[in-house]
Design a protein around this ligand. Structure first.
Ligand code: DGL
Length: 269
């Protein structure tokens, strides 16, 4: 029997998944969160599907051992490679970011082509194409891996001319083919949203799956009667990094402010 006041587990390859945490805190303010950032093994994007599946299993099992009532896979690459495995093997519901993002993209596209950008792992897996076509089989989907974006974001070059040139190179073919919705299929890309919006122009909707994923999580908890009871005091969350917790704390506060005041160190694998 899972307790309603048990926490929700959230994990990502690193810090980027805090965008999903922020959306969860807004939509589900009574829920407690245990977040794992696998900072020792980031990036997942260029790694093989088997390796990412192994990492995801280790972290999900650790979260289950902490007593979570549901798991949100905030990482697009881990969702693309490992979601169905985790849903089969974990004793709690597991929610990924791809399906919610696909739903939002189909809504925004109005039957016109959808663009998807992500890591090499996410794009090569075809996960977004499948999720979009499951809803809208005829919708044209144009995908492009953008492997230079993650290092540029980690460098803090969010509006640097080099980033602008790289983005222009990546987006040109998608824009030339007339995409009307562009899925930011990677935890880091929402930080590039102003620059990408500028390049793509006002007719292209940028889709950030964080809020859709929070909505999907709320729906799953409600349908299973697992929503947390209202609390008199704000819930305490836990944040865990597999390497350099101090760096995680400093960077993470940019996403979450004072909500993030302590980071634990746990080694996986
Ligand atoms: N979290 C990854 C994703 O959303 C990006 C960073 C990485 O490659 O690990 O795909």
């Amino acid at each position: 029997m899972i307790a309603t006041d048990a926490p929700i587990g959230v994990f990502d390859s690193g810090i980027g998944g805090l965008t999903v945490v922020r959306a969860l805190l807004t939509r589900l303010p009574h829920e407690r969160i245990v977040y794992v950032g696998d900072t020792a093994r980031v990036p997942y994007g260029p790694k093989s599907p088997d390796t990412v599946r192994r990492y995801a299993q280790e972290i999900a099992q650790w979260l289950v051992d902490q007593g979570v009532k549901a798991i949100v896979v905030a990482c697009n690459t881990a969702t693309a490679h490992a979601l169905s495995d985790l849903q089969r093997t974990m004793p709690v519901p597991v929610i990924g970011v791809v399906e919610p993002g696909a739903r939002a993209a189909v809504r925004a596209a109005h039957g016109k082509p959808v663009g998807v950008i992500g890591t090499v792992g996410t794009i090569d897996s075809g996960a977004y194409d499948r999720a979009i076509h499951a809803i809208a089989p005829e919708l044209p989907v144009l995908s492009r891996a953008c492997p230079l974006f993650v290092p540029l974001v980690e460098e803090g070059w969010l509006d640097h001319r080099v980033t602008r040139d790289v983005a222009q190179e990546y987006l040109s073919p998608l824009l030339a083919d007339g995409v009307t919705a562009l899925v930011l299929g990677c935890t880091h890309y929402p930080l590039l949203a102003p620059l990408l919006a500028d390049l793509a122009g006002p007719d292209v909707a940028l889709i950030d799956s964080a809020d859709e994923t929070a909505l999907a999580t709320a729906e799953v908890l409600t349908s299973l009667s697992l929503s947390a009871p209202a609390r008199a005091t704000p819930p305490r969350h836990r944040f865990v990094a597999s390497d350099a917790p101090d760096r995680f704390l400093a960077l993470g506060q940019r996403f979450l402010g004072g909500t993030l005041d302590h980071v634990e160190h746990v080694t996986f694998g």
